[in-house]
Design a protein around this ligand. Structure first.
Ligand SMILES: [Fe+2]
Ligand SMILES: [Fe+2]
Length: 156
């Protein structure tokens, strides 16, 4: 591309780094599990996580992280209460997985909040961990809900 040649070498390198680090929109797309309320929660969690990348400064980043963690906390609590209400056989393991995912996110984010370094890399790891949870644990829950003809109730 012609415009590349008008940039000094250092700037071009920086541009390439930014391109390399920028997370693709597809990375934030989470597979749907077939339960509308859970799917919309997952999409909102992804939207909130994505917003952390666009924070302009440390304060804004912290605010976005708190919002995302708060939403994740509420979502996990809703799933856990529902699993309990239907006596879902996998509820204990699923609850443990929620806790370890929360801990994972906190451990990853702590140094980021202090340093603001490797932000995209760390957010990427959190997104991967969240997607893994959805595929490994929320999908079996959804399958159970559908097989039993149950209705997910967020307020249970
Ligand atoms: Fe879950
Ligand atoms: Fe979930």
């Amino acid at each position: 591309m012609v415009w590349v040649h008008i940039l000094p070498a250092a700037s071009y390198k920086e541009v390439k780094m930014v391109e390399h680090n920028r997370m693709k929109t597809s990375e934030f797309i989470i597979p749907e599990i077939g339960i509308a309320e859970i799917d919309s929660d997952h999409a909102e969690i992804m939207r909130l996580i994505k917003s952390t990348i666009n924070a302009n400064d440390k304060t804004q980043f912290f605010d976005f992280v708190v919002q995302a963690l708060d939403y994740i906390h509420k979502h996990f609590a809703a799933e856990e209460a529902f699993m309990e209400s239907i006596q879902y056989p996998g509820r204990r393991i699923h609850g443990i997985e929620h806790k370890s995912l929360r801990d994972f996110v906190k451990v990853y984010l702590k140094p980021t909040l202090q340093e603001m370094t490797n932000r995209e890399e760390i957010v990427r790891e959190c997104v991967k961990a969240f997607k893994f949870h959805v595929v490994e644990h929320d999908v079996p829950l959804a399958n159970y809900i559908l097989a039993q003809g149950l209705k997910f109730d967020k307020d249970k």
